[in-house]
Structure formats: C-alpha cells, structure tokens
Design a protein around this ligand. Structure first.
Ligand code: NDP
Ligand code: MG
Length: 335
C-alpha cells in the first residue's frame, strides 16, 4: 500500500458567501459549465453578467434564462471577477484578443480546469488573483444537483494570491455553485490538470472505450451474435459501474456470482498487464512534459484533421450501430 495523507475537506460552514458581495462576476461562455455557474451564482445572491456570442443554442438559452448576454470584451470591462468557461483550446485566443486588453487591475481571474495556466498558454499579470473552482462533474449536474439542494464536489486551487484572500474567494464561489454541499478540497493547477488529463485518457474515456470495443469485437469475430456481445461488453458496463460507485469493488463482488468474481481475479491482470501499466506511465510522462498539450494545440491549429478522422472512425464502428438499434427499444435509456 502506498502511504497517503488525508486531504482536508471543506464544507458549508468553511465558506462565506459575503466574499462575493459587491462584486460583479463575469461568466464567459454559457455552455455546459457556464450556464450552471451563472444560474447557481445568481440563485446564491451573487451579481453576475454572462458573456455569450450570439447565433447558437447557448445564446438562446441564456436569453431564455433571463440574461442579457454581452460579448466577452464588454463583460470583462464591467467585471470585478472573471471566470473563463470557454473551451480550453479557445481560451488563449480569447484571452489575447478580448480579456487581457480589458481586464481591470487587481481583480480575480478564475478557471474550472488548469490547462491554460499549467501549460503557460495564459500568463496573467501579477496583480490578479488566479484561482480555480472546478466541479468534479458535468455542468448539467452542477445545475440540477444545486436545484435539488445537493451539490457536485469541487476542487479549488490558488495560482496567484495577490489579494491575500484567494482561498476565501475560492471557497465562497465553490459554496455559491453548490460545491461545499458535496465537499471541496484544495489542489494545485498542476495536480488538477495532470490527473484530469490522465484519468480521461487512460481510464474514463480512452481506456473504457477501447476496452468495451475490444471485448465486443473479440466476441463478434469469434462468431457470436453482435447483440449479445453488445449487452455483455457495453450495456452491462453501467450496471457494474453503478455498483462500484455505490459501494466500491466490495459491493460489486457481493452482487456478482462467485464464478464472475473468480474470473475477475484470474483474468483481470491478463488484460491490464505490466505492459499496459508501463504504457500508462508513458501517458502520464507525456502529460507532465507538455507533449500531449502541444499535440492538442497543434491539432487545433491544423484544423483538427486527425481529430475529425478519429471521430468518424469511432462513430462508424459496428458497436455503435448495434447499440443504437438496441437502445431504441429501451425507452428508459433515453433522456
Ligand atoms: P462548452 O463547450 O460546453 O461551452 C463553451 C462555451 O464557450 C459556449 O458558450 C461557446 O459558445 C463559447 N465559445 C466557444 N468558442 C468561443 C469563442 N471563440 N469566443 C467566445 N465564446 C466561445 O464548454 P464546457 O462548459 O464543457 O467547458 C468550459 C470549461 O469548463 C473548460 O475549461 C472545461 O475544461 C471546464 N470543465 C468542463 C466540464 C464539463 O462538464 N463539460 C467539467 C469540469 C470542467 P457557442 O455555444 O456559441 O459555441
Ligand atoms: Mg475530468
């Protein structure tokens, strides 16, 4: 077992909403996170302005939600606090063109992901507080849970503490969006960025998608019906992960048969081998060195050709066709 120190957790009583009063908070972007932060902050009594470019669904939604959306430069000029909720790969451009020239001296600049600070794409001046409040869940849940009296846990981080109050400000914001109901813990921009990228690449998105599809294709290639392969390797994934989410591996092992549990012990390490673990280390090194970030930035500069190709390849897989057919009969899988 690796030794570890328990993290300090912050809850409702550790945060004071008064640190937000008298400040106009500009939320830049009204997408997944943006709409949730703006609405939760407003419901918590904060003064908010929303920056959202016109033309798309997010603009319509902002208007429907009662905002008077302005452009980024306008919002930044008025703000005593700027929270950037634009796509990570767009933030540098918008920073250079619209935020940096308009941001007031000595205010708070905040993020929900550390990418642009960690990889030095945005270099804020030293007069600014630079902090992170990062919900550990999708934006739509940040809103829904807040409305239900619950809250998505958040990470906070402090990169620059010009005001000397960066921690109090981070906690107040986290409280206003519901984070302290679920629990808040402090990290750094580096730790948040590197663990987030590693998790999505190795486990949550990259790892899971390839694991599901490799299992599916192995069964189909061996002559089994693709519908059965889909149920086994994809549909059941959620049922299993739900048990782990509720009560750890122990609850899953309690629920599955002893045969399945024996298979787990003898076969799991044949699938995730020493070679896989060595590759995970390399993936982490590429994240730490900035190699992955550079390649993603270049990919965007080159019009996302590789990205689009991969997206098409994955969408064209047999598992997607079979899955769509089977899910269309399961009304409860629809939102
Ligand atoms: P979305 O893609 O959902 O929303 C992005 C917003 O930015 C939209 O309102 C979009 O407007 C606007 N936008 C895009 N490009 C520009 C531009 N060039 N100029 C002005 N506005 C622009 O982003 P997310 O909410 O997913 O992500 C925002 C931040 O939150 C990121 O830092 C991300 O890492 C972080 N985060 C996201 C999570 C999530 O749940 N998705 C979880 C935790 C953190 P339009 O609709 O017109 O395109
Ligand atoms: Mg993540």
């Amino acid at each position: 077992m690796v030794e570890f120190k328990e993290a300090k957790m912050y809850y409702e009583n550790d945060a004071d909403l008064n640190f937000l009063s008298g400040r106009t908070i500009a939320i830049l972007g009204y997408g997944s996170q943006g709409h949730a932060h703006a609405l939760n902050l407003r419901d918590s009594g904060a003064k908010v302005i929303v920056a959202q470019r016109p033309g798309g669904d997010n603009y319509k939604k902002a208007v429907e939600d009662g905002w008077n959306p302005v452009n980024v430069a306008e919002a930044v000029k008025q703000a005593d606090w700027v929270h950037i909720l634009l796509p990570d790969e767009m933030q540098k451009k918008v920073w250079d063109e619209d935020i940096k020239p308009n941001i007031k001296k000595g205010i708070t600049l905040s993020f929900s992901h550390g990418f642009n600070i960690r990889y030095k794409r945005i270099l804020p001046t030293p007069d600014l507080d630079v902090i992170m409040i990062a919900p550990k869940g999708p934006g739509h849940l940040v809103r829904r849970q807040y409305e239900e009296g619950k809250g998505v846990p958040c990470l906070i981080a402090i990169e620059q503490n010009a005001s000397g109050k960066a921690k109090e400000l981070s906690l107040a914001y986290a409280k206003a969006i519901g984070g302290t109901r679920g629990g808040v813990l402090e990290t750094t921009f580096t730790e948040e960025t590197e663990t987030d990228l590693f998790g999505e690449q190795s486990v949550l998105c990259g790892g899971v998608v390839e694991l599901i599809n490799s299992g599916f294709e192995t069964l189909v290639a061996a002559g089994y019906q693709p519908e059965i392969a889909y149920f086994e390797c994809c549909h059941e994934m959620k049922l299993i992960v739900d048990l782990i989410f509720e009560g750890g591996i122990a609850k899953m092992n309690y629920s599955i048969s002893d045969t399945a549990e024996y298979g787990e012990y003898v076969t799991g390490k044949r699938i995730i081998t020493d070679e896989t673990r060595a590759e995970m280390k390399k993936v982490l090194s590429d994240i730490q060195s900035g190699k992955f970030a550079d390649s993603w930035v270049k990919e965007n500069e080159n019009g996302r050709t590789e990205f689009k190709k991969c997206r098409e390849e994955v969408a064209a897989r047999l598992i997607e066709k079979i899955g769509a057919k089977l899910r269309s009969k399961m009304a409860w899988t629809k939102k």
